[in-house]
Design a protein. Structure first.
Length: 245
């Protein structure tokens, strides 16, 4: 059974145009459903199965979109925030991308590499804790962790009855009162790095995701985004042995 939405939203979900643009097209009489012109943007349609056309041309499913964003601090990873805070979608204003969703999350105080796509299967593979690519973070902490403490992060530390651990962790550099660590995670638990550091009596001063698998943030400006290349999309989710056979 399909998912039903208003006609304008259905066009947006198919990646045809933005929702506001779709509303204009519908009111102008340019959109038909099952061969009949519809002028109500809220007219309910089955997103997956309805025959929708714009100016007589079939409006099929969305072209695949896979994007990377350098998320600034202070933005919430959600489409709408009930407290009125700015969200990551502010970075896409005016781009006319249609529906794209974040792949995983970065909390409001965190920054760096954040993926978006309109491809649920690809997103699920990225976030799979067993087979998904590792996520690499540079973390500034308010102390100088010892080798024993780094080893404990790898072995696992209890936090409120939950064992938190890093897949790998290594020191990058030290300052007078703080240090930078490189931490790799395979899981995506809520605020995992901040909770892991707190369990080690370390406060997080900055947290930047710099890579997901082979994809690195590089010199992408803060708040800027770009589409992934076909090679990058494939590298992040290699075919399974069964599919490749």
């Amino acid at each position: 059974m399909g998912s039903r939405h208003g006609l304008a939203r259905a066009l947006s979900k198919r990646g045809i145009c933005s929702r506001s643009c779709a509303e204009t097209w519908v009111r102008e009489g340019r959109v038909a459903v099952d061969g009949r012109a519809v002028r109500d943007p809220e007219y309910p349609v089955d997103v997956a199965h309805a025959r929708i056309s714009v100016d007589g041309e079939a409006a099929g499913g969305p072209a695949p979109r896979h994007l990377m964003l350098n998320k600034p601090r202070g933005l919430v990873t959600t489409a709408r925030d009930e407290r009125g805070r700015d969200t990551v979608y502010r970075c896409f204003d005016g781009a006319g991308l249609g529906w794209v969703a974040p792949v995983g999350r970065l909390d409001r105080a965190s920054e760096g590499l954040l993926l978006f796509c309109n491809d649920p299967a690809w997103a699920a593979a990225i976030t799979d804790p067993e087979r998904g690519p590792g996520k690499t973070y540079h973390v500034q902490v308010d102390g100088h962790p010892t080798a024993a403490l780094l080893a404990a992060m790898l072995a696992g530390i209890d936090s409120d009855g939950e064992t938190l651990r890093a897949a790998s962790v290594r020191p990058l550099r030290e300052g007078g009162r703080n240090a930078w660590l490189e931490v790799v995670l395979h899981e995506g638990r809520n605020r995992q790095i901040r909770r892991l550091m707190a369990a080690c009596d370390l406060g997080v001063l900055r947290l930047v995701r710099v890579a997901i698998g082979p994809l690195v943030l590089g010199d992408l400006a803060k708040g800027a985004w770009r589409p992934l290349t076909a090679e990058e999309v494939a590298a992040l989710v290699p075919p399974t042995p069964a599919a490749a056979a």
